[in-house]
Design a protein around this ligand. Sequence first.
Ligand SMILES: Nc1ncnc2c1ncn2[C@@H]1O[C@H](COP(=O)(O)OP(=O)(O)OP(=O)(O)O)[C@@H](O)[C@H]1O
Ligand SMILES: [Mg+2]
Length: 278
Amino acid sequence: VASEKQNLLVGRERELDQLRKTIQLGRSLLIEGPVGVGKTHLVREALVRVGLKAIRVDGDSRYTEQKLTGWFDPPLVLKQGYRAESFIPGPLVEAMTGGKILFINELNRMPEGVQNILLPALDEHLLQIPHLGEVKAKKGFAVIGTQNPREFTATHALAEALLDRFELIRLGYQGEQEERAILAGQVGSKLADPKLDSVVRLIRATRSHPAIKRGASIRAGLAICDLLRSDLDFETACLMALSARIEMVSPDDDPATILKDLLAQVVPHAQKKNETRP
Ligand SMILES: Nc1ncnc2c1ncn2[C@@H]1O[C@H](COP(=O)(O)OP(=O)(O)OP(=O)(O)O)[C@@H](O)[C@H]1O
Ligand SMILES: [Mg+2]
C-alpha cells in the first residue's frame, strides 16, 4: 500500500525537492496556486514521502485563536487552577512541543487574529499563552500553508508580516503528459485513451480561451472522467463537470455555449465517432 501511495503524486519533482529541503532546514513554507491545481495533494504526498507526520488544520473564517493554540478547560481550572494539566493543547502547541509540522490548509481563510498568532511562532519559535507561559518549539517544528492567490475573491490576502515569514512555492498547472497521467492514474483502464486525451485537451483549452477568466483545473478533469464511468455521453459529462467550475470574463456569457464551442474544436472525433446518443 505504501508504494502504491507514493505513486499517487505525478510529477512535481522540483517542488517536492524544494519542499523537502525547506522542511529539513526547519523553515516554513507557503504553497500558492489556483483552485484545484494540486496544492493539498502535493503537501500530503510530500509528507508521506519524507516520512513526516504532520498535524493538519483546515482554515475557515470561524476558526478561533484558542482553537489553534489550545485552551484551559473550565472544569479543570475550577478543580486545579491554571496549571499545565488544565490546558488542552491545540494543533499549534502540539506541533511546537512535539517538533512536528503544522499543515494549515487554506491558510488565508483564517481570520487575521488567528494568522497573527503564528507570527512569533514562526520566527522566534515561541508562543506566549496567558496563565501557561512560554511555549518553545522543539526542533522539527515548521508550518506548511496552502492558499489561493490574491485574485480569488472568496479569500483574504495574508498579512504582509505573515508573508514575510514564509518561503513561497507557486504551483501552476502541470504539463499535458502529467495531467494525462494523473487522470489515467485515477480512472485506470476504465476510460478509453482517446476519451482521456479529449478530457485533457478540453480542460487545457479552457485555460487559454479569451472568454474564460478562470479555466478548469485537473480536479475538473477528474470529475469528467469520473462521470464518464457511467453511460453519460461525453458532452453531458463535460458540461456537468465544467459549467460551474469555470468563470467567464463577462457574466453575460453562458459557460455552456463556450464549452460546446470548445468541445467541437478540441474533440471533434470524440464527439462524432465515439459517442452515440440513446
Ligand atoms: N501531481 C498530482 N498527482 C496526482 N494527483 C494529483 C496531482 N495534482 C493534483 N492531483 C489531484 O487533483 C485533485 C485536486 O488537487 P488538490 O485538492 O490538491 O487541489 P488544491 O490546489 O488543493 O485545490 P483547492 O484550491 O480547491 O484547495 C485531487 O484529487 C488530487 O488528488
Ligand atoms: Mg486544497
